[in-house]
Design a binder for this molecule. Structure first.
Ligand code: SF4
Length: 661
């Protein structure tokens, strides 16, 4: 669908916006650090140049006990000064920046703030396991004033608007929900009482900043928590917020402790549009939405359907800082699409310890303050390996002005990403390959497929980057590993081996768990699966007794998978009836199945197919025979570290290697 509504000018209160593509709030984990302010400014500046009609900052805490690691807090005078500098810099760039005012309530932790978290009622969250303090009447008055004062600060510091954070299970959302608000005073007891604080804050802000200053309220369209606010209450709340004076409603989905995935790749694109659409039908102010709006097509469709007035995706702006500009310029081909992996963004901020936000598919994210220097001298560069690391190295080297040849041994580009794109929820990895292919073509990189150069051929180049990746590891000492029923994950995912009916997957790390998920999905009898089998001339009518067993040495299955994705993956394995044997190692494979043991117990698991997910090794390493012949080469990704597949690290290393050429 060609974007048309998306590109129409819009308005939020007095704020005129050139189109409908905003950038939603994202916490970058560098906020509040003066030494990181230039990077923060550079990050937002690049998105202004990338065409964002309005950018919302990450959470800014209005009070210290509602803040956290790497966050701005308005109680800190220097943080106010930094925010004012940021607002000024973005205005000077011609951008519009909204300040998001927040209090994390019971999602804040005493470990991070040194203070007891606040909440309407003392109910521990599943996320932090910490019991917050019930707010007193004076705490409530203080909170109200802090939000109002925060709005006044934003207006005086030059922010174009404010957004009040009232969703995702943060403090204001906790007041609205019966799950977390059991108060016996006027701020509890029934929906009217539970809404009261939020509405008073909006009214107070209006009185302080006047009717012209744009105020957005980020409300929860659906908490995705059993027993929480009802649909009818949510719509009533939306109407009350409008009556209290908000200029727009941004409809958030789900709490951080919700058991329903809201941002993972498993969520269908635009899935929550109807939730925002119901709010839109209840109010007359504009409605904004985000979750899983990753492409212009999905965004346009949500506007056409009448679910939204504006889209405010967040992660897509990490994947491509020119998200809106490329849509405006109708250069869809050049868009680097977010693949919803969360590996370098949400998993960084939610990890312990938290790390600054980056992006798996865009190594420039998080380093916008650094230049990509043009080459002093145009060199001839050979990049060996056409996986994502090799493609990234070739792209950056060519952008710098070098003349690049990319060699790939297979008949197509993509490497491990191509295999991974077969996994349910990772299909969009193909988009990344497509993006690189287009970029390489535009940059004039010569791609040689089915080509593995020897050292003589490479000696003709000024520089060589080795990005030859990994191959699956088959443990030679494992009895029966060479039997015909055994295959590697690569053979299975590439389609080189048909499926068995009783399959044992050996290795419960990220790849083994993904493979078990893949098999479970393929064995289910759905139309697209039937087609899959039919195309390969296989029997689509899988018998009900088909079974998948995942054998994991570790008690912690899918150990290396990030916190935002692991629970979803484990849930899928359970839902699809995959038998998981934790703490078991495979001691031998026979023609009939697999022996597994855990020290106390030894079992035979019958199987007609065994898939090895037992790690990987570098295809070519710097210290092997071939590597020895390339003393000057740069090595990146799986070629230097095959222990744990990490595409984000491989792409980042490739980028850095190309910068250093
Ligand atoms: Fe999207 Fe993954 Fe990049 Fe996060 S790390 S922005 S989820 S592609």
């Amino acid at each position: 669908m060609e974007p048309s509504l998306l590109l129409r000018p819009g308005r939020i209160g007095s704020l005129e916006l050139k189109h409908r593509i905003l950038m939603g709030a994202m916490h970058l984990e560098i906020e509040g650090r003066r030494d990181k302010l230039p990077q923060l400014i550079a990050f937002y500046r690049e998105r202004v140049r990338g065409g964002a009609a309005l950018i919302v900052t990450g959470n800014v805490a209005v009070l210290p006990e509602g803040g956290g690691h790497g966050m701005f807090c308005l109680a800190e005078p220097d943080h106010r000064a930094q925010l004012a500098e940021l607002a000024e810099a973005i205005r000077a760039e011609g951008g519009l920046l909204a300040l998001q005012l927040a209090h994390r309530g019971r999602y804040a932790t005493s470990a991070e703030t040194g203070m007891t978290p606040w909440a309407p009622s003392p109910i521990a969250s599943r996320l932090t396991k910490e019991t917050p303090a019930e707010m007193t009447a004076s705490d409530i008055a203080k909170l109200k004033e802090a939000f109002i004062d925060g709005a006044a600060f934003a207006a005086s510091a030059g922010f174009a608007a404010i957004e009040i954070m009232g969703s995702e299970g943060y403090l204001l959302n906790e007041f609205v929900s019966p799950l977390t608000n059991r108060r016996a005073d006027e701020y509890g007891q029934g929906h009217a009482g539970r809404m009261k604080l939020c509405l008073e804050i909006v009214e107070g802000i209006r009185q302080r900043v006047g009717t012209e200053y744009p105020v957005i309220y980020r409300m929860s369209g659906d908490d995705c928590m059993e027993g929480s606010t009802t649909r009818e209450e949510t719509l009533t709340f939306a109407r009350e917020l409008e009556r209290s004076g908000v200029d727009a409603l941004n409809v958030g989905i789900g709490w951080h402790e919700s058991a329903i995935p809201t941002v993972g790749a498993i969520v269908p694109p635009g899935a929550f549009g109807p939730v925002a659409g119901a709010v839109r039908a209840a109010v007359s102010v504009p409605v904004i939405g985000a979750n899983r709006i990753h492409t212009p097509e999905v965004a346009e469709e949500l506007l056409v359907r009448g679910d939204l007035d504006f889209v405010a995706p967040a992660r897509p702006w990490l994947a491509d800082s020119a998200f809106a500009r490329k849509i405006i310029e109708a250069d869809r081909e050049a868009l680097n699409q977010c693949v919803s992996c969360n590996q370098a963004c949400l998993d960084h901020t939610l990890g312990r310890p938290p790390k600054p936000v980056g992006c798996l598919v865009n190594p420039r994210t998080g380093r916008e303050a650094e230049d990509v220097p043009a080459a002093d001298k145009r060199l001839s560069v050979a990049v060996v390996g056409g996986g994502v690391a090799g493609m990234q190295a070739a792209k950056t080297a060519a952008e710098r002005g070098h003349q690049v040849v990319l060699f790939e041994a297979a008949d197509r580009l993509g490497g491990q990403f191509l295999l991974a794109s077969r996994i349910p929820g990772k299909e969009t990895f193909r988009e990344t390959i497509r993006y690189f292919r287009v970029a390489l073509q535009r940059l004039g990189v010569e791609v040689r497929l089915n080509s593995a150069p020897d050292e003589k051929e490479l000696a003709a180049f000024d520089r060589v980057v080795m990005a030859t990746g990994v191959r699956p590891y088959v443990p030679e000492a494992l009895e029966g590993a060479d039997l015909p029923l055994v295959c590697t994950y690569a053979e299975l995912l590439s389609g080189a081996r048909p499926f068995g009916r009783n399959i044992v997957v050996i290795g419960g790390g990220g790849i083994g768990s993904d493979v078990a998920h893949y098999l479970a999905e393929k064995i289910r009898l759905r139309p697209e699966v039937e087609t899959f089998f039919a195309e390969r001339g296989q029997d689509a009518q899988r018998p009900a007794e088909s079974r998948i067993t995942l054998v994991s040495r570790s008690e912690k299955v899918a150990k290396g998978v990030g916190p935002t994705s692991r629970w979803v993956l484990l849930g899928e394995l359970k839902r699809r009836d995959v038998r998981v044997m934790k703490g078991y190692r495979c001691s031998a494979i026979t023609a009939e199945g697999v022996w597994v043991e855990n020290g106390e117990d030894k079992q035979f698991v019958p199987a007609d197919q065994v898939v090895l997910c037992t790690g990987q090794r570098s295809r070519i390493a710097p210290d092997d025979e071939f590597g020895d012949k390339l003393p000057e080469a740069s090595w990146v990704g799986g070629a230097i570290d095959a222990a744990e597949l990490n595409a984000a690290r491989a792409i980042r290393q490739a980028y850095e290697a190309a910068i250093e050429l």
